[in-house]
Structures are given as C-alpha cells and as structure tokens.
Design a protein around this ligand. Structure first.
Ligand code: GLU
Length: 337
C-alpha cells in the first residue's frame, strides 16, 4: 500500500496491479536514446512512483512477469487469469490493472475478456515510450488506468485497454501504429470513454452487467496457425501449418479475407480433415463477411467478421478448446460481439 493514501476516505478505490513488463516498465538509460529494454522497472518502484502523483487510490502490486509482451504466452496468461480470479473473489479489491507491453496487449485483453465474468474493472495499460524517455507516456497512461479501474461505472464492461487518453473494449482494440503514442484504435467501435487523470467520460452505459464468462478457462490452448496471404502464393504455407499439427487455421487474407485458388483449395482440404478455418483480413480495418467473394457455405469456412487475425486466433483457440466444431456454431461466436 502507498503510505498515507489508504486511509483517505472509505470510498478510496483499492486496486491490485498485476505487472507483466513491457515499455511501461522499460528503461532506455537516456532521455533521448532510441533503444531501450522492456520490463526493467519492478512493480514496487512503479507503485511508489504512482504514489508520488497523489492518486486517490490504494494500490498494491504483484509481479506476474517482467517481459516484453512478444514473450507473453500460456504460462503468463494462466498466472494472470488466476490472479484476477483471486482479486474478483477478494472483497478488499475494487479493480485490477494489468501493466503490459503494447505489442500483444490486444491478445491478452481479448483472451481475458472471453474467459472472465464482466464484474470488477480489469484494465490493461501500457506505454509507447520507456519511463525515462523525454515525453514518456507511461505514468500518464497509468494514472488514467487508475482513474478507470477505480470508477464504479467501469463495472460490467468486460476487459478494458487504456492508452492515449482513451478507453477501449478488449473486443474492439488493436495496436495500429508502431511508435506513435496514439497507437491504439478501436473497430468497429472507437473508444468507450475518454480519460485523463482529472476526468473520465463514458459515452454509453455498461453493456455487460451481470454477464458470466463466455468460455471456461481452458486446460490447454490448442495450436492455431495464422497463414498470411500475399500475391503469387501457393498452398505450401497451409500445408506446413497442417504438418506442424495445427488444430485450426486463421487466414490473414487479402481484402475481405481472400486468397489464391490453391490456398483456398488447401484450406478447404483442411476443413474436410476436421481442421476449422477462419477467414480474417490482412487489411488494417473492416469486416470480413460470409460469402462475399469466397463461398463459405460450400467450403465450410468461418468469416472472422470484425476480428483481426490475432484476435480471431484467440477466439478459435477457445472454441476448439471447449469442443465446438460445428462451423455454424463457430460462425455464431464470431458474429457475437
Ligand atoms: N515489444 C515490447 C512489448 O510489447 C515493448 C513494446 C511496448 O510495450 O510498447 O512489451
């Protein structure tokens, strides 16, 4: 706990910080340098720095990992999920913040959103610039996350991502720029709220109040490969995904989830072998709908609709893990938001 903060008022929100690393805990060793190392600043140091801002919140921290989010995976996800479960069960916790690298924040947020009930606020936050860089965005994003996680109106909204003075739903959010501090965008919805350390404006009431988890936490996440489509493409990448033992394939397709005839034929072959195929798009934004240029009904494919390939992969993993194999039931899961 931060000394002097916890006894402010009975309404002071009590927030658990689960740290995983990333640029928000990154250090360059120089305010002007380009290179830096993610995950260098420990959770105690971060909580102490937040305390100096005078945030009205009682913060306590737990370190889950100290890695760049390119190295986040099953082990960290399990630890995060179970730590959040404990926080949900603890009446002395009002909200949870997960500090996370920005590169895969959308995947972690979406996995947790699909497997947790929409109860207390769970807010992922990161930074585009390391803590010691000039113009660092980390502490501002963190202060914004505290504001969101401590707000009773954040309950029943599912997992949220706070970046660049905006609050996004896990289902909408994606990283859309490699280095701007305004790197996160939402689709099909933009932000659910705008936030600053001094203000928080929600644009609509919470839509998921009382909703349980869509999926049980899986015993294991099955292997699902993303095949990236391009011009002049043959079937080899699909064949090697299957040879690797993929239990499902997501196509990062051209335009509305399209690919060359040999690739589509190989993907149809996968479906006939019991390996589900979801068509998403390599294009940054937009829907992939059924039966537009590709005959999904005839080929047995699922259309990713609003989900990009990396989000489609997470949803397909959970569907396979929970024993769903019927393409119509899979499509219904991708149609739902
Ligand atoms: N690649 C690292 C990560 O995702 C650093 C990038 C960042 O956090 O913005 O954790």
């Amino acid at each position: 706990m931060i000394p002097g903060i916890e006894d402010q008022t009975l309404t002071t929100p009590r927030i658990t910080i689960l740290a995983t690393g990333g640029t928000i805990a990154g250090s360059a060793g120089s305010a002007l340098g380009r290179g830096y190392r993610a995950g260098q600043i420990g959770i105690d140091e971060m909580v102490a720095a937040a305390g100096e801002l005078g945030l009205v919140a009682a913060l306590s921290g737990e370190e889950i990992a100290a890695v760049g989010s390119q190295d986040i995976g099953w082990r960290e996800w399990q630890a995060l999920y179970h730590a959040i479960e404990r926080a949900f069960a603890d009446p002395a916790v009002d909200g949870v913040i997960v500090t996370h690298g920005t590169d895969t924040a959308e995947e972690t947020a979406w996995l947790l959103d699909l497997t947790l009930p929409a109860g207390k606020p769970v807010v992922l936050v990161g930074a585009m610039r390391p803590a010691d860089a000039v113009g660092s965005d980390g502490m501002r994003n963190f202060a914004n996350a505290v504001r969101v996680a401590g707000d009773p109106a954040a309950h029943g909204r599912g997992v949220l991502v706070v970046m660049g003075d905006a609050v996004f739903a896990a289902s909408d959010v994606r990283k859309a720029a490699t280095s701007n501090i305004d790197a996160f965008k939402g689709f099909p919805r933009g932000p659910l709220a705008l936030v600053s350390p001094a203000s928080l404006d929600w644009f609509a009431p919470a839509a998921k109040v009382g909703q349980g988890a869509r999926f049980a936490w899986p015993g294991v996440l099955p292997r699902v490969e993303i095949v990236y489509a391009h011009a002049d493409m043959d079937a080899a990448p699909v064949e090697s995904a299957l040879a690797m033992g993929a239990r499902g394939v997501v196509l990062a397709g051209l335009g509305q989830g399209n690919a060359s005839a040999p690739v589509l034929d190989a993907l149809e072959g996968a479906v006939t072998k019991g390996v589900p195929v979801v068509r998403a798009s390599r294009v940054d934004e937009g829907y992939v709908d059924r039966n537009v240029e590709v005959d999904d009904d005839a080929r047995g494919f699922v259309a990713a609709r609003s989900f990009n390939p990396q989000k489609a992969r997470v949803l397909l993993q959970l569907l396979i893990a929970s024993g769903v194999s019927d393409p119509a039931a899979m499509q219904a899961a991708f149609d739902r938001r």
